[in-house]
Design a protein around this ligand. Structure first.
Ligand code: S3P
Length: 450
């Protein structure tokens, strides 16, 4: 998505009785990391179940530009023939990471300690997101970075030829900052240390270990401390990408609010650093259960069953749960609209700097559908109207944000009047099969003329 293509408005009408299996695509975070770590390894990494959303495709293209051989095969498997830690070739063109904050931040980190330069850009949304949180620690490694005056993309990174390992306290809970630093630490001597107050998603640590790096993670009174030993020889792996809990959230939440529904969302990654939404839903009295719990490739997994839940109640979401459900607040606010009482979401300032200002985007759209929202800089609340109580009828702006677009389409599935979004095209960044999958279980979406 560049933000320059033609928008595709879409409507969502009220439906009931969602049924069947919702096979959501591979995990976005793990897909990005599989491609990047495959490129940083020696040998051919095989990836099964890679998410083929635009964000991940942009990362695949970037790794090719740096010299990896990235291929998709007829059986759907992807392979990456890597160049090894520090083996980056200088790209001939600007690296365009599209809509993806994860892609650009992790790749800038990985190349910042190699002796090459690269210039990065993105779409209208990405070029407005904060990047100083990444360039500041990369500068401490010895990399030079040249950005626009506001610290934002496009940014040129001149990699450090003599990197110095760092110890860094992350200023905000962000797996992207942590991962950028750890990837930079791979090509630095000695020990790179990251200290985070709240533990964020730990796919990078788990996967680095799987590829053969020495990484130690320890919970202390200071927070979560991660130590990485530099110059590992990463070895190609075979990866099975679990299905994305952040994508599973949409069919699961749609089933909770639509009368008569009972669906199964199989094989979802349920790493505890990602599963906060499901804990919150259970506290709200949602009928969500895990079946067939197992573990694959070091990640816990389960099938999620979700049934219509007419007696949900509003909750105060514990602030220390924010990191484990940071991408799920928009869809949680949709469920909250159908609960009894207020749902309060605190300590979520980070939502203001995602693909859009998600508090502002959701507040505007929910209000246009008859809901009462209150908000402050780092909190917001939704006054629930109970099941059957949401008017709908609104036209919602999606601000180039896939999760805002999908959240309002789900809202329309249980509202009295049809809801329309101004642009459904960003959905392809993370969930290219969203429309067909949701229609298969019973949604009634329609593309409209812009
Ligand atoms: C991600 C980390 C989170 C999340 C994003 C994916 C990752 O961002 O919002 O969608 O894969 O590391 P922050 O690290 O900025 O919280």
């Amino acid at each position: 998505m560049s933000g320059l293509e033609k928008p595709i408005p879409m409507s969502s009408k009220r439906v009931t009785n969602l049924r069947g299996h919702a096979d959501v695509p591979g995990d976005k975070s793990i897909s990005h990391r599989s491609l990047i770590l495959g490129a940083l390894s020696i040998g051919k990494t095989k990836i099964h179940g890679l998410l083929e959303g635009q964000d991940v495709i942009d990362t695949a293209k970037a790794m090719s530009s740096f010299g990896a051989l990235v291929e998709k095969h007829k059986n759907g498997e992807w392979t990456v023939d890597g160049f090894g830690v520090g083996g980056f070739a200088e790209p001939q063109k600007v690296i365009d990471c599209g809509n993806s904050g994860t892609g650009v931040r992790l790749i800038m980190g990985a190349m910042s300690t190699s002796g090459i330069s690269a210039t990065f850009t993105g779409d209208a949304s990405l070029n407005e997101r904060p990047m100083a949180r990444i360039t500041e620690p990369l500068n401490l490694f010895g990399a030079q970075t040249f950005s626009r005056r506001n610290g934002k993309l496009p940014i040129t990174v001149v990699g450090s030829e003599a990197p110095i390992p760092i110890t860094y306290h992350t200023p905000v809970a962000s797996a992207q900052i942590k991962s950028a630093i750890l990837f930079a630490g791979l090509n630095s001597p000695g020990i790179t240390t990251v200290i985070e107050k709240e533990k964020t998603r730990d796919h990078t640590e788990r996967m680095l270990q799987g590829f053969g790096a020495r990484v130690l993670s320890e919970k202390t009174s200071e927070g979560n401390i991660i130590k990485l030993e530099g110059y590992p020889e990463l070895k190609a792996q075979e990866i099975r990408v679990p299905r994305d809990p952040s994508s599973a959230a949409f069919p699961v939440c749609a089933a909770l609010i639509t009368e008569g529904s009972d669906i199964l969302v199989p094989n979802i990654g349920l790493n505890p650093t990602r599963s906060g939404l499901f804990e919150s839903l259970k506290e709200m009295n949602a009928n969500v259960t895990f079946e067939n719990e197992n573990s694959q490739g070091g990640e816990p997994m389960a099938d999620i069953r979700a049934k219509f839940s007419p007696n949900m109640v509003g909750i105060d979401v514990p602030p220390d749960r924010a990191a484990s459900m940071i991408d799920e607040y928009p869809i949680l606010s949709v469920v909250a609209a159908f609960a009894k009482g207020k749902t309060m979401m605190r300590d979520v300032r980070e939502l203001r700097v995602k693909e859009s200002d998600r508090i502002d985007a959701m507040a505007k759209g929910l209000k246009s559908n008859g809901l009462k929202i209150e908000e402050g800089e780092d909190w917001w609340s939704v006054e629930g109207r109970e099941i059957d109580g949401v008017d709908g009828g609104g036209l919602c702006e999606t601000f180039l944000d896939h999760r805002i677009a999908m959240s309002f389409l789900v809202l329309g599935m249980a509202s009295k009047r049809t809801i329309t979004i101004d642009d459904s095209s960003p959905i392809t960044t993370s969930f290219p099969t969203f429309e067909s999958l949701m229609s298969k279980i019973g949604a009634n979406f329609q593309k409209l003329e812009p």
